[in-house]
Design a protein around this ligand. Structure first.
Ligand code: NDP
Length: 257
């Protein structure tokens, strides 16, 4: 119960890593509000798992690519939980598209959902934390793509590179308020976002061979680090990014066998 008495908002927690983190925080005693864009049933299923753990929860629909929705979301979470100690900026999209085909619309959709949302969720939440005299923790879901580029997902790479710098910049801005800002940078974690690729035998084999720990990550692999960053155990850490990738980006070009 490392998070007893804490209150959290996890954006995009109807499915995938966000869902896993929301339940992981609740297991440690945290009340958690679930946010989703369109998967209402999935969001309610996450909330019912949290209720079973005896924690306070609520489900709030909000499209975090829209600043007006973010203002409403943070306001409703504050009203429901009485304050926010932990914000997890998790919601994101990723579209595979060759660079000549990237349109203004898809650039904006990805950047607004992945990066702009993280800033404005943090801005609204930090102002609420300051008002409530809360020494909170903000956790940004970055990616190994934030430091190492991947072909055909240029805008996603840029959004996650921005997430790395947003983490450092916000950490500096919010340190005087006692609010910490850190990031998680997962590698390949099996979720709806990549399940169809992972199901392809050639793809699966290629990655399983090149990931040093010889497997894709699971949602649960991300939860321990999120709990750590949300808890007092990381109280002297801010502006940092924790890579969770089975060793993937630790290796230079693999050797010829
Ligand atoms: P999923 O695609 O499985 O889930 C995305 C979640 O975000 C869903 O709950 C979805 O809600 C929500 N969401 C998407 N757009 C919005 C929006 N505009 N407003 C509110 N919620 C939204 O993603 P993952 O779990 O795989 O990824 C979670 C995070 O981890 C992302 O930031 C991703 O970039 C990062 N990450 C993931 C990796 C992976 O291998 N899976 C690797 C590295 C980083 P709804 O259900 O309503 O659509």
């Amino acid at each position: 119960m490392r998070l007893e008495g804490k209150r959290a908002l996890v954006t995009g927690s109807s499915r995938g890593i966000g869902k896993g983190i929301a339940i992981g925080l609740a297991r440690e005693g945290c009340d958690v509000v679930i946010n989703y864009k369109q998967s209402r049933d999935a969001a309610e299923a996450t909330a019912s798992e949290i209720e079973k753990l005896g924690r306070n929860t609520a489900v709030i629909q909000a499209d975090v690519s829209k600043i007006r929705d973010i203002g409403r979301l943070v306001h409703e979470v504050e009203a429901h939980l009485g304050g926010i100690d932990v914000l997890v900026n998790n919601a994101a999209v990723n579209f595979y598209e060759p660079w000549p085909e990237i349109s203004e619309e898809s650039w904006n959709r990805t950047m607004h959902t992945n990066l702009r949302s993280a800033f404005f969720c943090s801005q609204f939440t930090a102002l609420s934390m300051i008002k409530g005299n809360i020494a909170g923790s903000i956790i940004n879901l970055s990616s190994t793509n934030g430091t190492v580029a991947e072909l055909d997902v240029l805008v996603y790479n840029v959004s996650k590179g921005g997430m790395e710098m947003l983490t450092k910049s916000l950490a500096l801005e919010l340190a005087p308020e006692g609010i910490r800002v850190n990031a998680l940078a997962p590698g390949f974690i099996e979720t709806d976002a990549n399940r169809s690729f992972i199901a392809e035998p050639a793809f699966r084999e290629h990655y399983e061979q090149h990931i040093p720990l010889k497997r894709f990550g699971t949602v649960e692999d991300c939860v321990g680090a999120a709990v750590f960053l949300a808890s007092e155990e990381s109280s002297y850490m801010t502006g940092q990014s924790i890579i969770i990738d089975g060793g993937l980006v630790s290796e230079q070009c693999p050797r010829v066998e």
